[in-house]
Design a binder for this molecule. Structure first.
Ligand code: UDP
Length: 242
């Protein structure tokens, strides 16, 4: 059996991975696709946790810009959107035989557990996929930062950030054939060049806690598994020299 490079992995799935391209809401086939990729990783025997985004439902800043909703409220709504996505992923994973727990930073007692670090670690040790919802529980933050935070809290060895492109590029690869993908970047490269694919605060937190990140394309089947096996896919971000 293939030997994973990492034993405890944190996967960040954005809301856009759960809906049709350019759409909002939740799409059944997209959910199934994500779940089957996650299953392939879980079957490697690694301890796996997820941070789920909510951009397919609400982005607080956008909502505040387009409506009379106060921005803080928009962010609370965004956090609740991540709970909705987490429940969708939970049922889809359990439907294909993967044991899961959802833990939310925003208490929604009737539907999931609260985030409790030691309990989350215990779930991981028992082989359950832990789905972190509710972001950090604080407004004006994104779920990328939450991913770096939770990875640090549970001692994950890698953050895998699933995107719709093959990694980090020097400019937006969508509609720009000249865009060049980096295979390797340092934390400082991403921070100094303000490369857009991941939040600077998330990269900063990973740097301080010595957690590497891999940005990869979720739409290529098997990619998530390959990343966990240590195959060179996407863009690796760590302290080393490119
Ligand atoms: N959000 C927040 N605090 C957090 C995480 C998320 O306020 O700790 C809100 C914020 O408004 C954000 C929305 O939830 O825009 C959805 O999260 P995000 O944009 O990170 O989702 P993604 O782009 O990954 O789907």
């Amino acid at each position: 059996m293939a030997k994973p490079k990492y034993n405890r992995v944190l996967l960040k799935v954005s809301g856009e991975g759960l809906c049709e391209k350019g759409a909002k809401g939740i799409d059944g086939p997209a959910l199934q696709k994500v779940a089957s990729e996650i299953k392939q990783v879980a079957e490697l025997g690694v301890q796996l946790c997820l941070v789920v985004g909510g951009g397919n439902i609400v982005r607080g800043a956008e909502l505040a810009r387009d409506t009379h909703i106060v921005e803080v409220t928009g962010h609370y709504m965004g956090m609740l959107g991540t709970v909705i996505n987490a429940l969708a992923i939970q049922d889809t994973l359990e439907g294909i035989g993967i044991d899961t727990r959802v833990q939310s930073a925003v208490a929604v007692d009737r539907v999931c557990e609260k985030f409790i670090r030691r309990r989350a670690i215990r779930h991981l040790e028992k082989g359950r996929v832990v789905i972190f919802a509710g972001g950090t529980g604080n407004p004006f933050v994104t779920t990328d930062t939450c991913a770096a935070l939770r990875a640090t809290e549970v001692g994950a060895q890698i953050v895998l950030k699933a995107t719709k492109v093959d990694g980090v590029y020097d400019c937006d690869p969508v509609g720009n054939p000249e865009a060049r993908r980096f295979t390797h970047l340092t934390y400082n490269d991403v921070i100094d060049q303000r490369l857009k694919v991941i939040d600077v605060s998330a990269v900063d937190m990973c740097q301080r806690n010595h957690i590497p990140l891999i940005v990869f394309n979720l739409n290529v089947p098997g990619n998530m598994r390959r990343a966990v096996l240590g195959e060179p896919i996407g863009t690796l971000i760590d302290a080393g020299q490119p």
